[in-house]
Design a protein around this ligand. Structure first.
Ligand SMILES: [Fe+2]
Ligand SMILES: [Fe+2]
Length: 279
């Protein structure tokens, strides 16, 4: 295959009790049906609240199963819990092995690799980093062997959390330490990927659309497919809108398109908070 078309969706946050998010997912599904990429990747927060609701995870998977295109998934903090960080308050809930297993059982592999159009694709579970769980070390060992097999080919990395805001060594703050891959895991990833031709890092989590290049790596923050977080609840770094991202990979080239599915609307977090209060 000399070309490969991939559609990234993220932060779908699906649960039966959120009709606005379900409607947005259906609009995204219609767009995917019309555009028929080779693969859909959901970069996490697939479900509304995996740690407390197995039904959210099952429901989210059932909607993805109805898509006419193969899907891969990565977990988000709302699927399996969040990273401990050195400086911020303890996350609630913290990432835990039973939540990770639930994700793998009901949704699919939480880390993966494949090759297409001359590229190496790597998907990582970013929530176990700094957790001390056995799987954290297991995944780093697996990643080291994947990196040694890249052999000069361009590499595309997918994960839930962006690696950093602007620079690899940006200082962490208590307010934003859970937004990015926390230190020291971040520095370890940066060092490991310095050995390959890393051209793309595609993430989600922030619910803001961003596209910048640092050195020769393009950083794409996919927006949420489902909802936006208004300025009262979150600082504005980039574009607050719902949408998705389309990639066209060819040997040695990459095109990125920032897309909104027809009919996709900017559900505001206030609407969800009101629905949560009503249940
Ligand atoms: Fe999210
Ligand atoms: Fe998230």
């Amino acid at each position: 295959m000399s070309e490969f078309r991939l559609t990234q969706i993220s932060d779908t946050h699906l649960g039966r009790r959120f009709p606005g998010l379900i409607a947005n997912f259906h609009r995204v599904g219609e767009h995917i049906d019309a555009s028929r990429p080779d693969l859909v990747v959901n970069t996490g927060d697939v479900s509304f609240n995996g740690p407390t609701s197995r039904d959210d995870v099952e429901f989210a998977k059932s909607l993805h199963d109805a898509l006419p295109v193969a899907c891969r998934y990565l977990p988000g903090n709302h699927d399996i819990g969040d990273n401990p960080t050195a400086i911020g308050p303890a996350p609630t809930p913290p990432v835990a092995e039973p939540h990770r297993r639930q994700f793998c059982t009901l949704i699919g592999e939480d880390h993966w690799s494949f090759e297409a159009a001359g590229w190496c694709f790597i998907g990582l579970n970013s929530l176990v980093m700094n957790s001390g769980l056995a799987f954290e070390a297991e995944q780093f060992d697996w990643l080291a062997s994947e990196i040694s097999r890249a052999n000069g080919r361009p590499v595309a990395l997918f994960l839930h959390k962006p690696l950093f805001l602007n620079l690899p060594d940006d200082p962490e703050t208590p307010e934003t330490s859970i937004r990015y891959v926390p230190q020291p895991a971040r520095a370890r990833l940066v060092e490991m990927f310095s050995r390959v031709d890393l051209r793309l890092i595609a993430s989600g989590h922030v619910h803001q659309r961003r596209d910048f290049t640092f050195r020769h790596t393009r950083h794409i923050w996919a927006p949420s497919a489902g909802f936006v977080i208004n300025d009262e609840h979150q600082d504005r770094v980039a574009i607050k809108e719902t949408g998705l991202v389309e990639y066209h990979f060819q040997p040695d080239s990459l095109e990125v398109r920032h897309v909104r599915a027809p009919g996709q609307v900017d559900v505001d977090i206030e609407e969800l908070l009101a629905q949560m209060g009503a249940h």
